[in-house]
Design a protein around this ligand. Sequence first.
Ligand code: UDX
Length: 441
Amino acid sequence: MTSRIAVFGTGYLGATHAACMAELGHEVLGVDVDPNKLAMLEAGEVPFYEPGLEEVLRRNIAAGRLRFTASYEEAAEFADIHFLGVGTPQKKGEFAADMRFVDSVIETLAPLLTRPTVIFGKSTVPVGTAERLGARARELAPAGQDVEVAWNPEFLREGYAVKDTLHPDRLVLGVDRHRPGRAESVAREVYEQLLNEGIPFVVTDLATSELVKASANAFLATKISFINAISEVCEASGADVTVLADAIGHDERIGRRFLNAGIGFGGGCLPKDIRAFMARAGELGADQALTFLREVDNINMRRRTRMVELAREACGSLLGANVAVLGAAFKPDSDDVRDSPALNVAGQIQLQGAAVNVYDPKAMGNSKALFPTLTYTSSALDACAGADVVLVLTEWTEFRKLLPSDLEAVVRKKVIIDGRNCLEPTTWRDAGWTYRGLGRP
Ligand code: UDX
């Protein structure tokens, strides 16, 4: 069945959701307050790098199923199914999530709702938010009690956003148990194709659905910090964390994914989400339960410092050294540099007196905007010109494929530090290079 849907927010989450809902055959209106984003999307251009999304966007605009607007009035008139996909960044100077964008959608949209409506929240929010927003929406809307707020958390990964939206591991829906309504049946219509594919559909209460998302991200962050903590012990004992990860990963209870040791996690989700989770648990009087996440965060941040130390060891002193940094995005197949370990390391090294030359296949524009004082080059080879040490900080395929012979003619010293354990040590050592990984002998 075809539904009419409005999606609020056209960032990674909202733009992908809008395009993918149209791909499922629905009529979709994407809504944002940012005229630049809207202009790009209307022209069929994705404002960020996400493989495959542009094709979906263009195909559905051309088919007349997907449009964009800044007008909430138009959205309220157009659809009775609304998805809320705006950002919940970390508040400045504290751990808690900044809810102003989420709140502002409800404050603006609800007064315009004159017909029965379901609002599905997708943003990652502190537990308790959906219930609060539901009450507020019913208070503000002319349709009053006929406005429902349900929660449908999003688990998409950057770089796989289209696949994760159209073929997710699971769908989760939180509904208000105190006021049973239409949310579940509407969700079943919207996601009919996915459900027919047999994708697990977990229907629960609002609080559980909000916590599913927070817990999933906390678990992933913990898994990464676990292997990075073990990596510190490997370094101290001469063991190899990559072999260790393969070995424990064979245990199905553990699993190999998210056990890649390196300079740790970053991006727009994991770091701020574990902090917001701790803050919310504190408000609820359950802060002790999540104090381990503080350690998860500490282990993660320590990896960045360790990388800087390794670079210093390699150069003798960072003062006056020439450092090549390959990778600026927080992970490959993304141009996102929010809380990127790679850029953070590059910045620290420069602040300690080195000349830092950065290259990333996709994240140059965003990096320049965030760290304008670093030197940006137009290729990996240019970044390595005259380098005393080469740091691989994001595991782009382009860097994995680099051969010692590619760089030999341009570097000053044949030293490479693999911040993502993504290179083959013997290839480099056999060619006369000093190779160092994190947690590897
Ligand atoms: C994450 C969650 O995976 C996703 O489900 C949620 O919806 C949003 O947050 P994303 O931020 O796109 O997605 O990135 P992800 O692929 O999870 O990687 C996060 C960070 O962890 C990256 O910096 C990555 O380099 C790092 N990482 C990942 C590791 O250091 N080691 C690993 O083994 C895996």
